[in-house]
Design a protein around this ligand. Structure first.
Ligand code: GRF
Length: 213
């Protein structure tokens, strides 16, 4: 069966991209990475794509509309069906977001709607939260909003600093993102307003990431 063609947008390290590349290396995984786009030339994720033999492009356009036009053309050229934002640190043009409505997802290192925006791990520590985690959601024009597909919960420990908490959340991200892409690729997600239902229920894998989910 044809696999879902995923385009991944990055700005830096690309460890979530790597998790998706690794998942897609299994032939049974229902998605493949068709294209990686970075808005920064020096993003480490571009090297990861090169190493994995995945088509990749840097689009260092300063202007938001110019980036959107170039990215859109590249994504269509590579017949991308789903965009996965993975550490993409730039606001996207609204027209671009609307054009890819319900076909673009993002991962954010907090349990949204708590702690959107920058430094969510620092925000969780400052708020004294006992749990944080990560969220995969459909993208809407307003930053870090949109119907939630999947979340994973991570405890906040008394001796955590930002770096330790970020590392614990990142490990959960690397499990959650491939699982969420799989649900999409299997055609199991239904969006109703702000809620997503998963046909056949959440996979045991996602439940296993969460206490008593
Ligand atoms: C991740 O924590 C992701 O949730 C956030 O930015 C970070 C990107 O890390 N949006 P990486 O580039 O995937 O390693």
């Amino acid at each position: 069966m044809a696999r879902l063609r995923v385009g991944v947008l990055i700005s830096g390290r690309g460890s979530n991209l790597q998790a998706l590349i690794d998942a897609a290396a299994t032939p049974a995984y229902p998605a493949e990475i068709a294209l990686v786009i970075s808005n920064r030339l020096e993003a480490q994720g571009l090297q990861r794509a090169a190493q994995a033999g995945v088509p990749h492009e840097a689009i260092p356009a300063r202007d938001r509309a110019a980036f959107a036009a170039a990215a859109d053309a590249a994504l269509r050229r590579h017949r991308v069906e789903l965009i996965a934002l993975a550490g993409f640190m730039r606001l996207l043009d609204t027209g671009f977001v609307e054009a890819w409505q319900d076909r673009m997802i993002n991962i954010h290192p907090s349990l949204l709607p708590a702690f959107p925006g920058l430094h969510p791990q620092r925000q969780a520590l400052l708020a004294g939260a006992r749990f944080s985690g990560c969220t995969v959601h459909f993208v809407r024009p307003e930053m870090d909003t949109g119907p939630i597909i999947a979340q994973a919960v991570v405890p906040v420990r008394d001796d955590d600093d930002e770096e330790r908490l970020a590392a614990r959340i990142l490990a959960a991200e690397h499990q959650l993102y491939p699982l969420a892409v799989r649900l999409y690729a299997e055609g199991r997600l239904r969006i109703g307003g702000n809620r997503v239902t998963v046909a056949g229920g959440m996979t045991a894998d996602i439940a296993a990431l969460n206490p008593a989910a």
